[in-house]
Design a protein around this ligand. Structure first.
Ligand SMILES: [Zn+2]
Length: 281
C-alpha cells in the first residue's frame, strides 16, 4: 500500500516577494496525516491557517490566491507543484507575508527545500483523485479535456501567445519525481511586456526582474542567461497545472489535454474533479 508522506524536518527559504518587492520568508514543516497542505500567516495575530484546497481560491489573475477569513496567500502554485511532484501529502507552509519569495520564478528552490528536508512515510494510505468520466472545460481560447486514465498524471499541453512564432510550444509528459526535477521545476514564469506595463502601473510586480521572469516582447523571448529549455514557456505552464491541481487535496491522476491553459481553468478543473469524486462518494 502506498502511504501518505510528510517532510523529514523544517526547512526555510528567504527571498524577494514578486509584488511588494519586500523580503519574504517561507518555512515548510512536517504535518500529521490527513492534514493536507496548510499555509500559515505567521505575521498575523494568531497565525491563521489557509488550507490549499480549491474551495479556498479567491483570485486567479496572474497567479492562484487562496484565503480563509482575513488571511490571504498569493501565488501558491509553484510551492504546490513541488510538493505534489514530491508526493508530500501533508505539510505546513509558514509565511511572514501574503506572498512566498518568488525565487527565480520557477519551482526549483522549493523542490530543493523538500529534498533537503527529506520525505517521511506515514501510516495512512495515500489519497488519489482522477476523473471517473471525461471533464471538458472551454473558456475563450482555452480548452481542457481531462480523460480517465490509469497511472500517474499525464499532461499534453499546447501554448501560443501570439507575441512571437517561438511562443507556440508543445509538451506531452508523465509526472514523476525525476522528470519534474529535470524537466519542469527549473522552468521560469513569464510575462508579456504589455501586461508588465499594466502591472507596474497598478503598483504590482515591484520585485519583478529578469532574475525571476522571462519576458515576451517585440517578437523575442527576453531572459537572463538564455532559455533553460527550447520550450520553457510550455514547461512552466505544465508546472502551474501540477501546482493548481494539487488544490484537489489529493495526488491527481488521469490524462489532461490542455490547450492554452491558465490559472482560471486549472482551478475550475480542480473544482470539477472534486465535485465529480464527491458525487461518487
Ligand atoms: Zn507559474
Amino acid at each position: 500500500m502506498e502511504t501518505q508522506n510528510t517532510l523529514g524536518g523544517a526547512v526555510s527559504y528567504s527571498g524577494i516577494a514578486l509584488h511588494t518587492g519586500a523580503r519574504a520568508h517561507l518555512t515548510m514543516k512536517a504535518a500529521p496525516e490527513n492534514t493536507g497542505i496548510v499555509f500559515r500567516r505567521i505575521d498575523l495575530p494568531g497565525a491563521p491557517s489557509v488550507r490549499a484546497i480549491a474551495s479556498n481560491v479567491v483570485d486567479v489573475r496572474r497567479g492562484t490566491t487562496i484565503a480563509s477569513g482575513d488571511a490571504r496567500v498569493y501565488t501558491v502554485e509553484h510551492v504546490l507543484a513541488a510538493l505534489h511532484a514530491s508526493k508530500i501529502d501533508n505539510a505546513f507552509v509558514e509565511m511572514d507575508g501574503f506572498e512566498p519569495p518568488i525565487a527565480d520564478g520557477s519551482a526549483k528552490p522549493y523542490l530543493e527545500m523538500i529534498k533537503e528536508a527529506g520525505t517521511v512515510s506515514q501510516l495512512e494510505p495515500a489519497r488519489y483523485i482522477a476523473p471517473s468520466e471525461t471533464i471538458v472545460i472551454e473558456e475563450r481560447d482555452t480548452q481542457m479535456v481531462f480523460i480517465p486514465a490509469e497511472g500517474p498524471l499525464h499532461i499534453t499541453c499546447t501554448v501560443s501567445f501570439g507575441a512571437t512564432p517561438l511562443d507556440t510550444q508543445f509538451l506531452s509528459c508523465t509526472l514523476g519525481a525525476e522528470y519534474f526535477e529535470r524537466d519542469l521545476a527549473p522552468a521560469r514564469t513569464f510575462v508579456q511586456f504589455r501586461e508588465l506595463e499594466q502591472l507596474l502601473t497598478m503598483g504590482l510586480v515591484k520585485g519583478g526582474s529578469l532574475d525571476n521572469a522571462v519576458i515576451l516582447h517585440s517578437g523575442a523571448i527576453i531572459c537572463k542567461d538564455g532559455q533553460r529549455y527550447s520550450n520553457e514557456l510550455v514547461r512552466h505552464k505544465v508546472l502551474d497545472i501540477i501546482g493548481d491541481l494539487f488544490l484537489c487535496g489529493a495526488r491527481v491522476g488521469g490524462h489532461l489535454i490542455a490547450v492554452k491553459p491558465g490559472h482560471p481553468t486549472n482551478v475550475q478543473l480542480a473544482q470539477k474533479l472534486i465535485a465529480q469524486n464527491c458525487g461518487k462518494a
